[in-house]
Design a protein around this ligand. Structure first.
Ligand code: HEC
Length: 138
């Protein structure tokens, strides 16, 4: 009976080694944490765009502005992510998107719902333009 704890310790060590090697392997398979974080930024971007559309539908200029400024912040993160990867064309799209987000925000703050709507359509076209280039596959 006295030998049991020793065996358990030995088994524990073996499991640790095994888990360690599995972790190292999945790290080598290219799950870049920065790419994962950038994907999460995109999900937040989609949520903010949803809020923006809701705010336009209810003609709530203040809420339009708030949501558009959130998108602008996510676009800023997107810009620095692709700047670090030296993808000049993608950086440019992110910059244009930031400018358009600011246009939407300004129109919202001025309660110009139709102007905000038109700027959002341009912004959405930029979302699609970037997605169509699939920079994540480069
Ligand atoms: C400058 C480029 C760029 C712009 C602009 C852009 N995206 Fe993306 N987006 C990407 C890339 C690249 C991916 C793919 C990420 C991946 O799979 O690693 C992506 C993926 C997504 C996804 C899927 C995320 C997931 O979990 O797989 C959503 C949703 C999304 N974008 C929403 C938007 C919305 C909404 C806008 C505009 C308001 C937008 N994006 C603008 C580059 C961009």
């Amino acid at each position: 009976m006295q030998k049991l704890p020793i065996i358990m310790v030995a088994t524990g060590a073996a499991v640790c080694v095994l888990v360690g090697s599995v972790t190292a392997q999945s790290g080598g398979r290219g799950k870049d944490p920065r790419a994962e974080a950038q994907k999460a930024v995109m999900d937040d971007m989609a949520d903010a765009q949803e809020d923006l559309r809701d705010a336009l539908a209810t003609k709530d200029g203040e809420a339009v502005s708030v949501a558009a400024l959130k998108i602008e912040g996510f676009m800023a993160k997107t810009e620095s992510y692709w700047a670090a990867k030296r993808a000049a064309d993608i950086v440019k799209l992110a910059q244009t998107s930031r400018a358009l987000s600011k246009d939407v925000a300004a129109a919202g703050a001025a309660n110009k719902i139709l102007v905000a709507q038109a700027a959002l359509e341009k912004l959405s076209a930029n979302c699609n333009a970037c997605h169509d280039l699939h920079p994540e596959k480069r």
